[in-house]
Design a protein. Sequence first.
Length: 436
Amino acid sequence: MTSPNFAEIHPPLGARAALAEANRCLFCFDAPCTNACPTHIDVPGFIKKIASGNTAGSAMTIISANVLGLSCARVCPVDVLCEGACVMHRYNQRPIEIGRLQRHAMDYFYASGRRLSAAPATKAGRVACIGAGPASLACAASLRQQGYPVTVFDSRPLAGGLNTYGVAEYKFTAADSQKEVELLRALGVEFRLGVEIGGGLRIRELEERFDIIFLGVGLGPTPALQIPGEDLPGVVDALRFIAEYKMQRATRVGRRVVVVGAGNTAIDAATAALRLGAEQAHVLYRRSEVEMPAFQFEYDLARHEGVRFQWLTQPVAIHGKNAVESLECVRMELGPPDRRGRRQPQPVPGSNFFVQCDMVIPSIGQSRLLEFLTEFRGVQLEGGCVAVDPSTGQTSNPRYFAGGDCVNGGREVVDAVADGKKTALAIARRLEEGHA
């Protein structure tokens, strides 16, 4: 059960509240909300079914477009996608709560024990999905529903990728992530978890056993800060920190926590630290608030929770005898713009200062899995990501397809789902044409 400290930031709508909210919708014929959704859920359609009392039908409308409709209802940045496009903004009214209505329908779907149907796995062509995150899950579900046998491999003990391990508990729990995994199991998708590709299962063996391979491996670990002292006890990267407390391990949190970086994951880590008992949580970012990569609503949430922000601040060293005691920083200023028009931060000479802390959480993005990806013969990389045909997801090796963060460099769950759906259609076409 989720700790009271991790109560949801957007609790579910009750039946009456959902009905009232659904009846606010104008059911637009051109549906800008649908166009704003990367998976193109028929938003007016599913809301109208809620308004008419057909919640089961509403859930099926959602899931027919997005098999991970439960997680996307919780973690999607609806403020900048569907709700951001809502026509209610034109009338100076609050947008329809599309995310919470989607969650209402999906909660009903899972609570009622409903399942999806799939054709028998009799079609010729075996597909392997490497990585068990949203892109692979969406690809596997679509192929399985079309009658293809699909096996999903992942090195971790649980499937779901960042939905399971990397999204803050107050947004989406690991238990809810597993509901979607079990939905795919019931479809007939085979999962082989705790398996290292390239280790226990050689890539050559994989190519011999499967006709098509989908790469949905996401991104790698948080890069090192490359400053003195980052090997001290009390330094833990944001994704590991979130994964440990989500898996209910004994997670130590400091009294004074500093998070380095200002993306959405950094916000999640800082907010979680306070909810776990930290007295203070600071977010340090080397640029200004204007350049902050986190969404505005994430920033607003963190400030409401008590997270403190220090802009134009760059860590240069972590100090401590046997563990973290302080973080040495330097003030920054924004210099001239680079070729992309972005002003580059530059240190202010003589501006060094210390932040007293006993825990430092780096959150400066994720590294690319370059060493691993180069093991797949004929798969070309561009800028550290897998290069694909944008319309099909096919790589330079015609037997390999890819989608999600390893292709786009790190976007939203819904973008990974859209990639998986699109690529599954292209894989099915290739198999139907007899290519492998």
